[in-house]
Design a binder for this molecule. Structure first.
Ligand code: SF4
Length: 389
């Protein structure tokens, strides 16, 4: 077990607690659990009860393409549950063998521990306890140092590097501050974030440290884009784009399938879609009057969790931004489409957690930008249509 180390965390992080048996969609459901080679051989021989041995031997198998870190898996049962998941919500392996024997993902989820040059920790929005916490959080998320102890080796070094003049974390928090600027509506803040990202991208590309400093200290005033016009033409076009995007995403994910199908069926297409959308938007605003604050938190938490826009992959900063716009549009579409016929805050949390199972735990971000590009939705005019949803 490593010593405590100071990590930058969002202010909700110290209070996070797993809901255990009261969780509606436990993370022990629907996902194969993978183990390292070391953990696999430890589990093969560890002394335990006959019952647990039977469960382990029955559920554990080698991965199709085993690697030292992902060597074997525990597959879900016929009902999608992990065979170790007990009716009380607790884990049989944890209860009998202790935390050390759990796979890395079971020990940490939904926590994301970043051990690069900036040590950071946060929780994934895919765990329903997180959007629930954020739903009752009013002030903009703040970030502070907090002692974190985890029992995992540091992550392997990054493969892809961005020139950030040594100010990566500062740039990321500065970008987040634009999404938290409540002087503007959330869709307009999303556009402002795009402006800020383009400005920082230019300064970094030009190696212009004076300009970068002027931006990060807010001495340089950014152009604030006009408010999005959610008029008939814009909204109808935005809806059609969201429906097309969702049909493409739906083919890649089980987690949003039912929600996506219901939302697409609810809105339908053409003229009626616009009227139904307006109705659903009014219903959602009545159900969650603080929806802009809640979505601000979800997007900010997602940006911090994935270290937006400097993720460890060869994707341009503006493509990471396109992916974030896709996250916004998909969230709004699913939330309004699902809560229109399931008008409860729990239902809103459930569809949100399901959406982030796709967003945070698949290559969503990598195919979102190319998908929007193929749809011809990667310019400001089309982004404004998507963001007026
Ligand atoms: S999804 Fe979150 S609250 Fe539910 S069981 Fe997993 S960690 Fe706990």
């Amino acid at each position: 077990m490593q010593e405590d180390q100071q990590y930058l965390v969002p202010d909700y992080y110290p209070a996070f607690r797993c809901k255990q048996g009261s969780c509606r969609t436990p993370c022990c459901e629907g996902w194969p659990i993978s183990f390292s080679m070391q953990d696999y051989f430890r589990l093969l021989s560890i002394p335990c009860s006959d019952e647990l041995r039977r469960l382990l031997d029955g559920a554990m198998h080698l991965c199709d393409h085993p690697t030292p870190d992902h060597y074997a898996q525990i597959s879900p049962r016929f009902d999608g549950q992990c065979p170790m998941h007990q009716p009380d919500g607790l884990c049989r392996m944890h209860a009998e063998l202790g935390e050390e024997m759990l796979s890395a993902v079971c020990r940490l989820y939904p926590r994301g521990i970043r051990t690069g040059s900036d040590r950071e920790a946060s929780c994934a929005n895919s765990c329903e306890a997180v959007p629930e916490m954020l739903l009752s959080h009013s002030a903009p998320l703040s970030f502070r140092l907090f002692p974190v102890r985890h029992c995992l080796p540091d992550a392997p070094p990054r493969i892809h590097h961005f020139h950030t003049a040594g100010r990566e974390q500062e740039i990321r928090l500065w970008l987040i501050s634009h999404l938290q600027n409540r002087a503007y509506s959330l869709p307009r803040r999303m556009l402002l974030l795009g402006e800020a990202l383009q400005a920082v991208d230019r300064a970094l590309a030009d190696r212009d440290e004076a300009q970068l400093d002027a931006l990060l200290s807010n001495r340089e005033t950014l152009h604030v884009p006009d408010a999005v016009d959610a008029g008939h033409a814009q909204l109808t076009a935005g809806l059609a784009a969201a429906e097309e995007m969702l049909s493409i995403m739906d083919a890649r994910s089980r987690s949003i399938h039912d929600y996506g199908k219901a939302a697409l069926a609810y809105f339908g297409e053409g003229e009626a879609a616009f009227a139904r959308y307006e109705q659903a938007a009014a219903g959602f605003a009545a159900l969650i009057p603080e929806w802009e604050t809640w979505l601000e938190h979800l997007l900010v938490n997602h940006m911090f969790f994935v270290q937006f826009p400097f993720q460890d992959r060869p994707v341009s900063l503006m493509d990471e931004y396109l992916a974030l716009c896709a996250v916004y549009a998909m969230l709004r579409f699913l939330l309004l489409g699902w809560t229109a016929e399931h008008p409860s805050r729990e239902a809103a949390v459930d569809v949100c957690a399901a959406a982030f199972r796709l967003i945070d735990h698949t290559e969503f971000d990598r195919f979102a930008a190319p998908t929007l590009r193929r749809m011809g939705c990667d310019d400001w005019a089309h982004l404004r249509q998507l963001l007026c949803l």
